[in-house]
Write a protein that binds this ligand. Structure first.
Ligand code: ADP
Ligand code: PMV
Ligand code: MG
Length: 328
């Protein structure tokens, strides 16, 4: 058996715009997905994922050729739920050339699903890493990140950036622009996360922004303006100017909101954080529901969020210096 874990992330800046070639700066956090992979004697794929629930069902499912799990949900919901693991295993088969190999896969994760903290990327990175190692191949980190990106690209309907997967594979703060992926020096950041208990569908939200961008020049300009914010944000990170980082995060949230990917609860958590004195607050990830990220070195934001209607959980997040971890 091989076991790997990989971290989730928050976006300091640049989600969505990064899909269209603008830069983004995500930052890995100490919430991890752990994936155990064991080769089977046959070619079946059996996935045990306790945290994955569909309309209240916890799913244990056998992938092809055993077919779909026996739950009463639509095919599209099922594909959204199962797609990342299925596709990660396809990458393992492709990279090793062992097309008929079967696996038992067990996933345990601290990262809420679909909440903008990059659970999909962490699961893809850890699954591909453990799956390839189980077959005796240890991938370089860049190759692992690239393979995990292909998984996100496929499941998100051909629309994905390398940001989440590179960040999860390498850890730390990173900068991604197209296929240029690099690690960044970052000061210690007082990150506080608010979670509304909900989720958004990344593929759908990305498609929504794409539609706006094609329909309206000013939406395309908004995407470019997010790129400008990221470039200024990089300067602020380099000089350790956390107040400026906060102001830029606020601006970034406004533009994401204009692109239609915020929600009432994300907005109310953002405002609760700002009212409590956070230096900045914005949604993180695809949006629609899920998490906000804010910067505050006092306890005020965490406390205010915990009393904010719609906020289910508020917690401080540490930067994860380690990306993929090879545990067994
Ligand atoms: N613990 C898990 N077990 C199984 N699949 C998971 C797990 N965590 C995430 N996933 C996969 O990732 C998907 C969520 O990814 P996504 O919508 O991109 O949101 P995010 O990456 O922000 O969490 C889930 O629908 C599921 O396919
Ligand atoms: C919206 C996007 O920029 C980030 C999605 O992040 P998450 O899956 O919501 O954690 C999409 C992408 O970069 O592939
Ligand atoms: Mg994702």
């Amino acid at each position: 058996m091989a076991v790997s874990s990989a971290p989730g992330k928050v976006y300091l800046f640049g989600e969505h715009a990064v899909v269209y070639g603008e830069p983004a700066v995500p930052c890995a956090i100490e919430l991890r997905a752990r994936v155990d992979v064991e080769q089977r004697a046959d070619s079946k794929l059996r996935v045990h994922a306790e945290d994955l629930s569909l309309d209240g069902f916890t799913v244990e499912y056998a992938g092809e050729p055993e077919g779909r799990p026996d739950v009463d949900v639509s095919e599209s919901l099922l594909n959204a739920a199962m797609g990342y693991v299925d596709s990660a295993i396809e990458q393992v088969r492709d990279v090793t050339g062992e097309d008929d190999v079967g696996f038992d896969v067990t996933i345990e994760s601290d990262i809420p699903l679909g909440a903008g903290l990059g659970s999909s990327a962490a699961v893809a990175v850890a699954a591909i890493d453990a799956g390839t190692r189980e077959l005796g191949t240890t991938l370089e980190i860049d190759e692992l990140a690239e393979r995990a990106y292909r998984t996100e690209h496929e499941v998100q309907g051909g629309q994905a950036s390398r940001a989440d997967t590179f960040c999860s594979a390498t850890g730390g703060a990173v900068r991604v622009e197209g296929d240029d992926c690099r690690s960044l020096e970052a000061p210690e950041l007082p990150i506080v996360i608010g979670f509304d208990g909900g989720a958004g569908d990344t593929g759908e939200l990305v498609a929504g922004v794409r539609g706006l961008r094609e329909e309206y020049d000013f939406a395309a300009d908004t995407v470019e303006a997010i790129g400008d914010i990221v470039r200024r944000g990089e300067d602020a990170l380099a000089t350790g100017d956390i107040e400026e980082l906060g102001r830029l995060m606020n601006f970034n949230h406004g533009l994401l909101s204009a692109l239609g990917v915020s929600s009432r609860t994300l907005d109310s958590m953002v405002w609760a954080a700002r009212d409590a004195g956070a230096m900045g607050a914005k949604l993180t990830g695809a949006g629609g529901g899920g998490c906000i990220v804010s910067l505050d070195d006092t306890d005020e934001t965490e406390t205010a969020l915990s009393y904010t209607p719609g906020c289910e959980d508020a917690f401080r997040a540490e930067l994860a210096e380690t990306g993929v971890a090879r545990l067994e």
